[in-house]
Design a protein around this ligand. Structure first.
Ligand code: ADP
Length: 566
């Protein structure tokens, strides 16, 4: 008699063969046994309360580890809840795989009305880097290999892998099954730039009067920290980190011009983009935000990114580590120097802005406002630079990004390319699970609400996550007057006691209304090493509509022009 195995075991064997150590998901028909078999095999299974958060956790795991994070969803609605995270991962270039069980194809395709029927493969396609379906048990090993390869090679992204329930339950000869599984060799091969592309880039840098390096989250993802540091420090070129690239070099680094951002991008005449897109976050490279004559050099793994917004004078297609190594090699023979007038101009602006910031942080109004709360958080995190920081919100995001310095690479996860809300708890869970280190999630009260139920997940797994809620009682702010019987659209509840949610699930809760209380509570929470919420009571009048994005808000632009006309 031959030994048999089944689809459930084969999926797990294939994931393990490819180094997957954790699955984030929610069980239900038809994948409950998949989670059980995975857990029994030694894979860690983290069960969530809503699939989008599980998907966001998988995406963050992918960003932090360069291995695809895996999210497991049920058919139909569970699958659909996973899609926003899959789409967000793809947009952010984070590698993840959403594995979803699905209903009976024979019934779905004739629209006969199966339980949770949906044409999931086609529904997923526009939101993923690629979407695949496995229809035979003997293709499971191949399907997982293909998903892993696609997720991490070239520009990383989200892959959808559809497995109908019937395939999971199919039996197969165990020896043949073992032969059908393989480990992907060199899943994300290095990509070296051509020598003439390197020459072209160096020529532009050497001729520049005001060069600038912009580090993006592609540079953080690349884990080429030593090559980045060497290039920045040997050239002496000032650098500007995008939010998730903060910490690649410490924010306290003398060449950082984060505190002189608008001057740096407004005046630079040669800009080296390292794993950063010239999208809305960089004003599309347009003048007057940028100097109209600026020349762009871009390092990107995806050559199709070049010229997406501005002419790229020197495209460098390749991975960040390989390209920077090639540039450094070239520059060793032909060193460049950065004019002192440029570094001096930037240093002066930086000093002035640092002084303004210090003044804002030192202020102690009652009730507390964003800067004062963030000043307290900053002081605690300066003592604990190895803490992972998750950050989302409007004002909570915009201001924390500037106030909270990062000293270590890949320690900051935030709303990213879409500026999306709802990633907070998923990202915090992944950071804690993947690294075992403490996490502080700095959340606007509105942003927190999108994934707030995952506090239960954080407590169930006793994760070292502290959620600091900057509670001004609203979307943007909490003081909009109500005009009818209902609260105004932007208003939430400034008196909400979010810390009680942590207590409800066995975590620790703190309620604070001054910077000193916040500092003490956050310090204690970090020492405890367990789950906690610090609810910070802020002035409901603190904050501005749309945060730093007021220009993107068509209504407020119209209102502004009306009031300007009036
Ligand atoms: P940010 O928002 O921080 O500016 P983006 O997400 O816009 O960063 O840009 C990241 C870029 O990095 C993407 O265009 C992506 O193709 C690129 N990228 C991702 N991984 C690598 C890598 N290993 N080497 C080079 N480029 C990479």
């Amino acid at each position: 008699m031959t030994t048999q195995t089944d689809g459930f075991h084969l999926v797990v064997d294939a994931l393990k063969a490819n180094g997957i150590e954790t699955i984030y998901g929610i069980v239900g028909i038809p994948i409950t046994d998949l989670a059980r078999v995975a857990q029994a095999s030694g894979i860690r299974y983290i069960g969530f309360r809503q699939e989008t958060s599980a998907g966001n956790a998988a995406a963050a795991a992918g960003f932090l580890t360069q291995r695809p994070g895996v999210c497991l969803t049920t058919s139909g609605p569970g699958f659909l809840n996973g899609l926003p995270a899959l789409a967000n991962a793809t947009t952010n270039c984070f590698p993840m795989i959403q594995i979803s069980g699905s209903s009976n194809r024979a019934l779905v395709d004739l629209q006969r009305g199966d339980y949770q029927d949906l044409d999931q493969l086609n529904a997923a396609r526009p939101f993923a880097k690629a979407a695949y379906r496995i229809t035979r048990v003997e293709d499971i090993g191949r399907g997982i290999a293909r998903a892993v390869r696609t997720a991490v090679s070239g520009r990383p992204g989200g892959v959808y892998l559809d497995i109908p329930g019937v395939v999971l339950g199919q039996a197969m000869d165990a020896a043949a099954a073992a032969d059908s599984v393989w480990r992907v060799v060199d899943p994300a091969p290095r990509q070296l730039p051509a020598p003439d592309a390197v020459d072209r880039a160096v020529e532009i840098l050497a001729a520049a009067q005001r060069p600038l390096i912009v580090l993006g989250k592609g540079a953080a993802y690349a884990q080429a920290d030593a090559a980045i540091r060497e290039f920045v420090e040997t050239t002496g070129i000032p650098f500007l980190p995008m939010s998730m690239a903060k910490g690649l070099l410490p924010d306290s680094h003398p060449q950082s011009v984060a505190a002189a951002r608008s001057l740096a991008i407004g005046r630079a005449d040669a800009v080296l983009l390292v794993g950063a897109r010239l999208n809305w976050l960089l004003g599309h490279g347009d003048s007057p935000q940028w100097d109209a004559g600026a020349k762009f050099i871009q390092i990107d793994i995806a050559a199709s990114e070049f010229d997406s917004n501005q002419p790229i004078a020197a495209p460098l297609a390749g991975d960040v580590g390989s390209v920077l190594a090639a540039l450094s090699d070239h520059l060793a023979a032909h060193p460049i120097s950065v004019p002192a007038a440029w570094t001096g101009e930037l240093a002066e602006r930086r000093e002035r802005n640092d002084a303004k910031m210090a003044e804002r942080l030192a202020d102690d109004p009652h009730p507390m406002r964003f800067y004062n709360a963030l000043g307290a958080i900053r002081a605690v995190l300066q003592q604990n630079p190895d803490v992972y920081v998750v950050n989302e919100g409007a004002n909570a995001l915009d201001l924390a990004r500037n106030v909270i310095d990062m000293e270590l690479p890949r320690h900051r996860l935030d709303s990213g390319t879409w500026g999306v809300m709802g990633v907070g708890m998923g990202y915090a869970i992944a950071a804690a699970v993947e690294t075992g280190r403490p996490v502080v999630a700095i959340e606007g009260d509105s942003a927190f609400g999108f994934s707030g139920m995952e506090i239960e997940t954080i407590c169930r797994y006793r994760l070292p996550v502290t959620v600091v809620i900057l509670n001004n009682g609203g979307v943007y702010r909490g003081d909009e007057e109500q005009t009818g019987g209902d609260p105004a659209p932007t208003v939430l509840n400034a008196r909400a006691r979010h810390e009680l949610i942590a207590e409800a699930f066995g975590g620790k809760g703190y309620h604070v209304s001054t910077p000193a209380e916040l500092r003490a509570a956050l310090t204690q929470a970090l020492v405890s090493g367990g789950p906690s919420i610090v609810d910070c009571e802020l002035d409901p009048a603190a904050g501005v509509e749309s945060g730093h994005l007021a220009a993107l808000n068509p209504t407020s632009a119209a209102r502004k022009s009306v009031s300007a006309d009036a």
